[in-house]
Design a protein around this ligand. Structure first.
Ligand code: NAD
Ligand code: G3P
Length: 341
């Protein structure tokens, strides 16, 4: 299955970028990991580990860490991008200067671009219209992948050749790659679930019961699917790994950074304090703002988003989320995943 000749690069030396680059290296690829921080590069070259993000996780000898973008992407068959959504466009713009025109581009990022409401596939399509593109999303906590826990992910692309290439580069007995042609749905699911992980973290901090947490996750899925349908995604994607799978892991695991932000707010910290003490990317904070704006614009009923927004951005008491969910006025209270007209 593995293609030992594949040359790949991963842009972004955080936890997910590191683990994905290392899987490719373990699979025999010529893998490069680009990071902007010189200090981090020195640490990796010295210790063979990316200790800031994944302490004790040994990097394979096939993996070349670098902070030279041209060296990283030169002659690559596939370039994976794993920087936060706010940096995606600028990093891609630089990388394209040095990439082979036929290289596949794959986003690992789960977020929405501020202001434009573009998902990463839309940015890639706009900036690199001739390159085959794909996105990867699913229940993929980097720290668990690093521990060798059995994990599945989803690659979505219109290009069957790129889906197969990604499967060859990343698939292994511990990391299963499933395919889905619904690019927009797969990446929208990955971005939206981060919002609900924040709510779930708050529920955890407040000691809410399992009935409550089951209700929260299920109504989160309904709310995500309702939004997705209005945005043109396939709602069936939301009951697969990239939707329900990722929602479950991010809403239940303290390894999720979005969950941890919610937990800290539930303990009484401000959003600013919660994000600062995390020190890593929690995409849900910005995604919340953008989805709230879009839902208001399109008239989509999203009680959890509305309640969380008031708590996080308008300093309202956390009880307001429960009020929105339990007492909010609805045209009808139906237990459907999305409107069935
Ligand atoms: N960590 C996970 O478990 C995981 C799993 C799946 C997807 N993701 C997604 O992957 C993306 C990256 O997350 P992560 O967990 O690796 O984040 P992280 O916080 O661990 O690391 C982010 C990395 O991006 C770098 N970076 C930030 N701005 C940059 C810029 N302008 N130029 C160059 N580098 C820049 C940082 O220095 C850091 O190395 C996010 O969208 C996240 O949602 C993360
Ligand atoms: O740590 P989080 O909250 O960014 O979640 C990581 C992954 O998206 C889980 O699939």
């Amino acid at each position: 299955m593995t293609n030992p000749a594949a040359k790949i690069a991963v842009l972004g030396g955080g936890s997910f970028g590191t683990v994905i680059a290392n899987i490719a290296a373990q699979n025999g690829c010529d893998a490069r990991l680009w990071m902007r921080s010189e200090k981090q590069l020195e640490d990796i070259l010295e210790t063979g580990m990316n200790s800031r993000y994944l302490p004790k996780y040994e990097l394979h000898e096939n993996l070349l860490p670098t902070n030279d973008l041209a060296t990283a992407v030169h002659d690559c068959d596939v370039v994976f991008v794993a920087v936060p959504s706010k940096a995606f466009r600028v990093v891609l713009e630089d990388a394209l200067k040095y990439m082979s025109p036929s290289a596949g581009l794959v986003s690992l990022t789960k977020g929405i671009e501020p202001h434009s409401f573009h998902l990463m596939s839309e940015i890639m399509r706009e900036m690199a219209p001739k390159h085959p593109i794909a996105v990867i999303s699913g229940p993929n906590l980097a720290k668990e992948i690093a521990q060798g826990q059995l994990t599945a992910t989803v690659v979505a692309s219109k290009s069957a050749a790129l889906r197969h290439q990604v499967h060859d580069v990343l698939g292994s007995p511990r990391f299963r790659v499933y395919a889905n042609p619904d690019i927009y749905g797969v990446e929208l699911a990955g971005a939206l679930k981060n919002i609900y992980a924040i709510v779930s973290g708050m529920a955890g901090a407040l000691g809410m019961g399992e009935n409550t947490r089951a209700m929260l996750m299920t109504r989160s899925l309904a709310e995500m699917s309702r939004f997705a349908v209005k945005m043109g995604a396939n709602p069936l994607t939301f009951i697969g790994l990239a939707g329900m799978g990722d929602l479950i892991v991010t809403c239940t695991s303290p390894l999720s950074r979005n969950y941890r932000v919610g937990y800290a707010i539930g303990q009484g910290y401000s959003l600013k304090q919660a994000v600062k003490q995390l020190g890593e990317t929690a995409e849900g904070v910005n995604t919340l703002r953008m989805v709230k704006e879009k839902a208001d614009e399109l008239g989509i009923d999203m009680p959890l988003v509305n309640g969380l927004y008031e708590v996080v951005h308008n300093n309202q008491n956390v009880d307001l989320i429960a009020d929105h969910l339990m007492l909010g006025e609805r045209a009808q209270d139906v237990d459907f995943m999305f409107d069935q007209e």
